[in-house]
Design a protein around this ligand. Structure first.
Ligand code: KIV
Length: 274
C-alpha cells in the first residue's frame, strides 16, 4: 500500500539531523518520470552514476561523463520538488585537484538545481571535500566498495573482512566526517564494521549492502523493482517489473499481429472527432 507523507523540501541540515533517528529513505533516479513517482516517498534522490550501467548499457560507471550527469539531473530536478537531490560526480571530474573538483561540482549544482554532490573516496579525497564544503558545496561522501575504482581494485568486493581493511575504512570515515561531508554512503561493508562506523562518526551513514545499522538506506531503484535478472545479496526485489513488462509487451505484440489492437474503441472515427 502507498504510504505518502505530507512533504516540504528536505535540506542538507534535515538529513544531518536524522543521525541516530528513524532511518531515512534514499533511492536513485535518472529520469523525470521515475523521480515523479519516487519523490513523495523518499528523503533523498540520488542521480547516481549507476545511470551508466542501468540506462546506458556500460559494464561499469567509469565511462559516465559530466554531460550524462547534467542531462539526467536536470530531468530529475524538474520532477522532484521535495526530496534532497544529490548528484554523483563522475569518474575523472574531481580526482585531479580540488579546484577542478570545485569547477565541476559548481556546474552540477548551478546547471541542474541539485542540492549536493556525491563523490567516492575517503582519506584520499578529504582535502577536496574540505575545499568544496568551505566554498558552499554540500558533499555526500562514498566509501567502502567504490564502483569507480573497480578497475584498480579488481572487482566489486565486500569490504571489512580483514583488520587491515577495517582500519582503512575507519580512517576513511573519520577523514570525510572531519572534512565536513554531511553524510557518507557505506557500500558493501560487513555488518559489524558498518555498525561501528555508524556509531563512530557524527554524520549520517547511508547503507547499500551495509546492514540495517546505518542511519539511512539506499538502493538502485531498478534493482528493487526487479528489472534485472541478476539480484545481488543485498537487494530485495519489492516488485517483479521485468516479468510484468515482458508479459505486457508479449500481449501487445500478440494483439497487434492478430489485429485485436487497436479496437474500434481505440480508433478515431471522422464523425464526432473524439
Ligand atoms: O551510483 C549510484 O547509484 C550509487 C549508489 C550509492 C546506489 O552510488
Amino acid at each position: 500500500m502507498s504510504s505518502v507523507r505530507p512533504r516540504r523540501k528536505i535540506s542538507v541540515a534535515d538529513i544531518r539531523r536524522r543521525k541516530g533517528g528513524e532511518p531515512f529513505v534514499c533511492l536513485t533516479a535518472y529520469t523525470a518520470m521515475m523521480a515523479e513517482i519516487l519523490d513523495p516517498h523518499v528523503d533523498v534522490l540520488l542521480v547516481g552514476d549507476s545511470v551508466g550501467t542501468v540506462l546506458h548499457g556500460h559494464d561499469a560507471t567509469i565511462p559516465v561523463t559530466m554531460d550524462d550527469m547534467l542531462l539526467h539531473a536536470k530531468s530529475v530536478a524538474r520532477a522532484a520538488p521535495n526530496s534532497l537531490l544529490a548528484i554523483d560526480m563522475p569518474f575523472g571530474s574531481y580526482e585531479a585537484d580540488a579546484a577542478t573538483a570545485f569547477e565541476n561540482a559548481s556546474r552540477l549544482l548551478k546547471e541542474t538545481g541539485a542540492d549536493a554532490v556525491k563523490l567516492e573516496g575517503g582519506v584520499t579525497q578529504a582535502e577536496t571535500i574540505r575545499f568544496l564544503v568551505e566554498r558552499g558545496v554540500p558533499v555526500m561522501a562514498h566509501i567502502g566498495l567504490r564502483p569507480q575504482a573497480v578497475r584498480a581494485t579488481g572487482g566489486y568486493r565486500i569490504v571489512g573482512k580483514t583488520e587491515e581493511e577495517c582500519d582503512a575504512l575507519r580512517a576513511d570515515a573519520d577523514a570525510v566526517a572531519a572534512a565536513g561531508a554531511f553524510s557518507v554512503v557505506l557500500e558493501g561493508v560487513v555488518e559489524p564494521l558498518a555498525r561501528e562506523l555508524t556509531e563512530r562518526v557524527d554524520i549520517p551513514t547511508i547503507g547499500i549492502g551495509a546492514s540495517p545499522a546505518c542511519d539511512g538506506q539506499i538502493l538502485v531503484t531498478e534493482d528493487l523493482l526487479g528489472m534485472f535478472n541478476r539480484t545481488p545479496k543485498f537487494v530485495r526485489r519489492f516488485a517483479e517489473l521485468r516479468e510484468t513488462i515482458d508479459a505486457a509487451v508479449a500481449d501487445y505484440a500478440r494483439a497487434v499481429r492478430s489485429r485485436a489492437f487497436p479496437s474500434s474503441a481505440e480508433t478515431y472515427a471522422n464523425d464526432n472527432g473524439d
